[in-house]
Design a protein around this ligand. Structure first.
Ligand SMILES: NC(=O)c1ccc[n+]([C@@H]2O[C@H](COP(=O)([O-])OP(=O)(O)OC[C@H]3O[C@@H](n4cnc5c(N)ncnc54)[C@H](O)[C@@H]3O)[C@@H](O)[C@H]2O)c1
Ligand SMILES: N[C@@H](CCO)C(=O)O
Ligand code: NA
Length: 456
């Protein structure tokens, strides 16, 4: 590490209390898009507080970017078009990877680790899919890989699970963990806006992934859920085990009917551990409208964690966006700077549990996962139809909590019928739905959305 006065770019005003003789932590940022530019600017704007907390100036010395970003004043900072020049720069202590994706980003991080650099990343796809390998490589080279920004943007949920809740057995967690998806559902519900129109706005605001199907098909939430589940239960990262359903099938009609029934539809990531193993699932979910999670709107995220000792705790804040995500990246940098000054970079294991203690618990098959269900169908409005449907449910041992028949829509002979069931395994519901879809008196497919009450 260099002393700040040995560099020509030390133009940041630091409080006098921070000794100028302290060694600076030298940062290389790769990727100067939404999060990269946010991180660069937060480090500049809050340099005094950051240095006071880190007990050392945290200085960006090298930026790797395809092009400059007008939002960032790069005067005095080395800039390379080749991001690998940052990963091998002997003057860089910590590489911040903010390019995204799992190919070049993986190679970049591995190069940095092999060059003895610590890494901070916001890349949930990379951690979820290749985190096991990256953490092992980092351990081999005695460097840290930090990823607070990878889950729920600015909310310090990784910190909470790795450290704050370390005294608990985590029973389950449920979260709104994709800002773009929550923004879309909120705008559709509150302002009747079109899905595609809101998605375009989320992209313009810098919330969406480079490929927005990751947001709307639930893949991004699945990446994040896998990370949360590993931290919560001490299991290796296993992206392929997550059941993933997005929000593209949620209609304005269902948002409205849910509301009428006293529920809201939210896209949730849910991880639960029980006697039969671990449930890992991402899907739209009806939750009672009076729950805190039901009232998390727009780009906000929230994660509800049920711990054996603490009970329920809830973490809320901005789930996407440049500055909020930068807040998490910079928090990792401050943490790392503190660890570096204490000479203890692996004080907290990457996945909270010691690597040797990670346990590959069985994943509960979806057919066995029990929830309540919202089922909507179009049925003939004539005697006997309701009792046929009710019999199909009772034959599968599924009890009906509510059955509502709506008025027919203009020009329609069939009526929308909504069934709310009590808790039942998905396998039973699959059979009942198939039998209902085969009835002549029911048209088309049955819309199915899970219902969770999220009781602590
Ligand atoms: N945007 C958010 O709100 C948010 C929140 C949390 C995490 N993330 C994650 O942060 C990462 C960055 O996201 P973003 O929204 O800032 O994306 P972005 O597209 O705004 O920025 C990425 C930048 O990296 C650059 N880049 C990509 N490949 C490069 C290469 N090979 N060489 C040089 N530059 C390259 C691009 O030109 C772009 O400027 C992603 O992993 C994303 O999942 C984003
Ligand atoms: N695309 C992501 C960014 C934050 O991880 C989201 O909308 O939540
Ligand atoms: Na976070």
């Amino acid at each position: 590490m260099a002393t700040p006065d040995s560099r020509d770019h030390t133009i940041i005003q630091l409080p006098e209390a921070i000794s100028i003789n302290l060694q600076a932590v030298r940062i290389g940022i790769c990727g100067l898009g939404t999060v990269g530019s946010g991180t660069f600017n937060v480090l500049r704007e809050n340099a005094g507080e950051i240095a006071a907390r880190a007990q050392a100036p945290v200085l960006v010395v090298h930026v790797g970017a395809r092009r400059d970003n007008p939002a960032c004043d790069l005067t005095g900072v080395r800039v390379s078009r080749d991001i690998f020049a940052v990963a091998t720069d002997p003057e860089v202590d910590v590489l911040v990877e903010l390019i995204g994706g799992t190919t070049v980003a993986r190679e970049l991080i591995e190069t940095a680790i092999r060059a003895g650099k610590h890494v901070v990343t916001a890349n949930k796809a990379l951690i979820a899919e290749f985190g096991n390998e990256l953490f092992a490589l980092a351990a081999e080279y005695n460097v840290a890989v930090r990823y607070e920004a990878a889950v729920a943007g600015g909310i310090p949920i990784i910190k909470a699970l790795r450290e704050g809740l370390a005294g608990n057995r985590i029973e389950w967690l449920a979260g709104i963990i994709n800002g773009t998806g929550n923004f879309i559902l909120s705008e559709m519900r509150d302002h009747g806006r079109e899905f595609a129109d809101v998605l375009a706005e989320a992209q313009a605001l810098g919330y969406a992934e480079a490929d927005p199907t990751f947001d709307v098909e639930g893949i991004d939430a699945a990446h994040k859920l896998v990370i949360l589940a590993s931290l919560a239960f001490g299991i290796p990262l296993q992206f392929s085990s997550v059941y993933t359903e997005g929000i593209t099938g949620v209609t304005p009609q269902d948002l409205r009917y849910a509301e009428e029934l006293g529920y809201r539809i939210k896209h949730l990531g849910i991880a639960k551990q029980g006697d039969r193993g671990v449930e890992l699932r991402v899907h739209p979910t009806l939750i009672p409208a009076d729950r805190l999670l039901a009232n998390v709107n727009g780009v906000k995220n929230a994660v509800l964690v049920e711990g054996s000792a603490v009970g329920s705790t809830l973490y809320y804040g901005a789930g996407a966006g440049g500055k909020p995500t930068a807040s998490a990246v910079v928090a990792d940098l401050v943490d790392l700077a503190r660890d570096l000054s204490a000479g203890q970079i692996s004080r907290v294991p990457s996945l909270s549990f010691c690597h040797e203690s990670l346990q590959d618990l069985p994943i509960v098959p979806m057919a066995e996962v029990e929830t309540s269900w919202y089922l909507r169908m179009e049925a003939d409005d004539r005697p006997g139809v309701l009792s046929r449907i009710a019999t199909i449910f009772s034959d599968q041992g599924i009890s009906i909590e509510a059955l509502i028949q709506k008025a027919p829509q203009a020009g329609q002979t069939r009526v929308p019928l909504i069934v709310l069931t009590n808790r039942a395994p998905q396998g039973k519901v699959d059979i009942a739905v198939q039998q209902i879809e085969e009835l002549d008196s029911v048209a088309g497919r049955v819309t199915r959305i899970r219902v969770e009450v999220l009781d602590g």
